[in-house]
Structures are given as structure tokens and as C-alpha cells.
Ligand binder design. Structure first.
Ligand SMILES: Cc1ncc(COP(=O)(O)O)c(C=O)c1O
Length: 401
């Protein structure tokens, strides 16, 4: 993930390039390395005892009845919607301010993703916009806890209850996140987490589904591995039997033990990781609070936020440059940044298939023009955090109107 420094020269004098600060770097320590090596040496690499241990520890960490390890959050979302009975002709309401995976899995089931607008402050789904999009074909709401801050789950659950809808949460950013005192992972019908390499804990690629519903857990367990009535561990381990039956055309979404071996020590460190992310967020809040043209995130309950992302907003009216130029200037200063997200209705596929125009979702469209994600990860030291603050200040002060 580490990017090379880029050469730079001004006139005839070679200028030392700023060292490159990557947008994201995983925090892999000796525990993870030892755990993966032990797994390699054990002779059992695919789904087995380590995946099971990871599931049990994850379920305990969020307080859920069931946790199912899978090979990505994308497959988690697909499995959860399938188990919730989503199929052709159904509509699922979700947010445009997300990664394509959230909506693509709805289409994989032959259903239609319906995009509702977002709250201008939190950038999470706006329950009033969701309510306005409910039709007789709506079967589920798919909220995304953007950046690691919980959606207004009380309002969304009330709507779901009123209209008989399933709630499948995209918690790719939300470990650990709380909503009014409740852990994300214990709220909706099913909750899907990501362990992609940039996320708050990682297995390189991987995911987890939590649910308190036995019926959903049973269906997802079956569909996770080919619709097979017994998995490889049960067939090949001592005392196992060679025989199996296929009871549904399932998927290949299991998490290998090799990945779980990485996940187990990562999960043990997740409170420490979270504390560091929260400390960086506080440092950014303090260091950027009075910078011209830069707005820091307004968060009602900072301790409940996973701080997967720290998203600033560029008010270009106060500056001589726009958001894209702001990013170029930060990049030139050696700071790796990103944009989360290009809203779904701005992408060709969603525009062409559903005829979305930018003005159909005005809050998401306006926010997209402003957002910049700054680096935030436990491996960043205080000097790196100070460098980011200085770079943002420097760009804004130079571009002040
Ligand atoms: C909001 C959101 N949902 C889903 C995903 C997909 O996660 P994964 O890469 O684990 O499939 C991502 C990944 O970046 C994401 O940001």
C-alpha cells in the first residue's frame, strides 16, 4: 500500500520531495504474523476451526446471537438480502453515498435499488427521504453507517416496522459503532461488516454477518457454501463423513482459516485501534476548527463513531480553488487523500439504467462537491497527524479569498 515518493523540481534547483503519507496502511503486528504462520503450519488453510473461533469472538464483541464469517462485505450483503427473501420485482431503499457493492448485490437478486437522499450533516440516509420512496414493492431498507457513524436507526426501524420491511445494515465502516447505546451488529435483521484492507480491522479480504434471527442465520450458513448441508471441516476432519447433499444453488462465500488467523488478533486489538482513530479525529477537530473554507465533521456522539473515515468539507465559496484542486494541492504536499464516495447516481451504470439526474438527490450531489477523506489509521503517529493538519491549513490559507 505504500506509494513511492514523487520527484519534483522547481527551475534548476532540485527540491526534496515531501515524503509520501499513504491514505491507509494496515496495522499488522507480530501477533498477526505468528497467527498466520501457525495456521500455515497446521495443515488446515480453508474454513475450519479458526473461522469458527473468529465468529464466536466477533459475536461476543458486538453482542450478537450469530456471527457468520464470509469472504467480503459484498458477499455478506448478498447473503443477507437473499436470506431476507429479496427477489425479482422487489425494491430495496439505500443511499447513494456508498460503494457500488451496496447496490450491486440488490441487482444480483433481480431486485431494484432505490436511492433515497441523505442528511446534509451526517451524510447518512435521511429517514424522511426513505419514507417518501416507499412503494408497494419495497421489501427492505439497506442503511450504510457512513464513515463509521450510525444512521438514525430509531427512525429507520420505525419505518420498517410500519411497512413490514427487512433492515439489512451495511456496517462496512462501523466496527465499533453505537446507535443510542446499542452496538451496530445487534440492531437490524442482519448487519454486514467488511475486513477489506483499509477497514478498522482487516483479514486482507473478508467480512462478517451478525444476526439475532435463527432463521436468517440458518439460511445464510447454507447459502454461504454451495447450499451444501455440511461443510468441508465436517467432511474432512477426523470423524467426518464424505457424504453431503445440495439443498439449494448456493454461493462460494466462506472465509478461509488463513484469513481468520489474521482476523482473530486484529479483533483483539480493535479497542486499541479504535482509541487511536478517535484520538486522531480529536486532533483533526482541534487543529482544523478555524481553517478558512474547511469544515470538520459535525458528530453528535463522537465516542459512538468508529472513525473509519474522517471527512472534511471544502466550502469553495470561501476559497479560490474547488475540492478537486484542494485534493491536488494536498497530494502535491505528499498527503494521500480520497473521496468517499462518488455517489451512485453519478456513475454511468446507475444513470443509464435508472435515468438518475444529479438534481434527483440534491443533498448527496452537493455533498459530493465538498468531501475529502483525510488519512486516519492507528499506524499514524502524532507527527503524521500534525503534517496533515499543516498541509490542510497551508492549502486553505494560500487559497483564501
Ligand atoms: C460502504 C461499503 N459497503 C460495502 C463495501 C464492500 O466491502 P468488501 O470490499 O468487503 O466487499 C465497502 C468497501 O469499501 C464499503 O465502503
Amino acid at each position: 500500500m505504500t506509494m513511492p515518493t514523487r520527484p519534483e523540481s522547481r527551475g534548476a534547483v532540485a527540491v526534496e520531495p515531501a515524503p509520501w503519507l499513504p491514505f491507509s496502511v494496515p496495522d499488522i503486528g507480530e501477533e498477526e504474523i505468528a497467527s498466520v504462520v501457525r495456521c500455515l503450519e497446521s495443515g488446515w488453510l480453508t474454513t475450519g476451526p479458526r473461522a469458527l473461533e473468529f465468529e464466536q469472538e466477533f459475536a461476543a464483541a458486538v453482542g450478537a446471537r450469530h456471527a457468520l464469517a464470509v469472504n467480503s462485505c459484498t458477499s455478506a450483503l448478498h447473503l443477507a438480502l437473499e436470506a431476507a427473501g429479496i427477489g425479482p420485482g422487489d425494491e430495496v431503499i439505500t443511499t447513494p453515498m456508498t460503494f457500488t457493492a451496496t447496490a450491486a448485490v440488490i441487482e444480483h437478486l433481480g431486485a431494484r435499488p432505490v436511492l433515497a437522499d441523505i442528511d446534509p450533516v451526517t451524510l447518512n440516509l435521511d429517514p424522511a427521504s426513505v419514507a417518501a420512496k416507499i412503494t408497494s414493492s419495497t421489501r427492505a431498507i439497506l442503511p450504510v453507517h457512513y464513515a463509521g457513524q450510525a444512521c438514525d436507526m430509531d427512525a429507520l426501524l420505525a419505518l420498517a416496522h410500519e411497512h413490514g420491511l427487512a433492515v439489512v445494515e451495511d456496517a462496512a465502516h462501523a466496527l465499533p459503532t453505537r446507535s443510542n447505546g446499542r452496538m451496530v451488529g445487534t440492531i437490524g435483521d442482519a448487519t454486514c461488516f467488511s475486513f477489506y484492507v483499509t477497514k478498522t480491522i482487516t483479514t486482507a479480504e473478508g467480512g462478517m454477518i451478525t444476526t439475532d434471527r435463527d432463521d436468517l442465520a440458518e439460511r445464510m450458513r447454507l447459502m454461504r457454501l454451495h447450499g451444501m448441508d455440511r461443510d468441508a471441516w465436517k467432511r474432512y476432519a477426523k470423524g467426518g463423513s464424505w457424504s453431503y447433499d445440495i439443498v439449494a444453488p448456493g454461493f462460494k462465500y466462506n472465509l478461509p482459516d488463513l484469513a481468520a488467523a489474521l482476523g482473530i488478533p486484529q479483533l483483539k486489538k480493535s479497542d486499541a485501534f479504535h482509541a487511536r482513530r478517535a484520538a486522531i479525529a480529536r486532533a483533526y477537530d482541534a487543529g482544523l476548527q478555524d481553517v478558512p473554507g474547511v469544515r470538520t465533521p459535525q458528530v453528535a456522539a463522537p465516542a459512538d463513531h468508529a472513525w473509519h473515515l474522517y471527512v472534511i468539507r471544502i466550502e469553495s465559496g470561501e476559497l479560490t480553488i474547488d475540492r478537486n484542486r484542494f485534493i491536488d494541492e494536498l497530494t502535491a504536499r505528499g498527503i494521500g487523500v480520497s473521496v468517499h464516495f462518488i455517489p451512485l447516481h453519478h456513475h454511468s451504470y446507475y444513470k443509464e439504467r435508472y435515468r438518475y439526474r444529479a438534481e434527483d438527490l440534491p443533498v448527496a450531489t452537493a455533498a459530493f462537491e465538498q468531501i475529502v477523506s483525510l488519512p486516519i489509521y492507528p499506524k499514524m503517529d502524532d507527527a503524521a497527524v500534525a503534517r496533515v493538519i499543516d498541509a490542510v491549513r497551508d492549502v486553505a490559507v494560500e487559497a483564501r479569498r
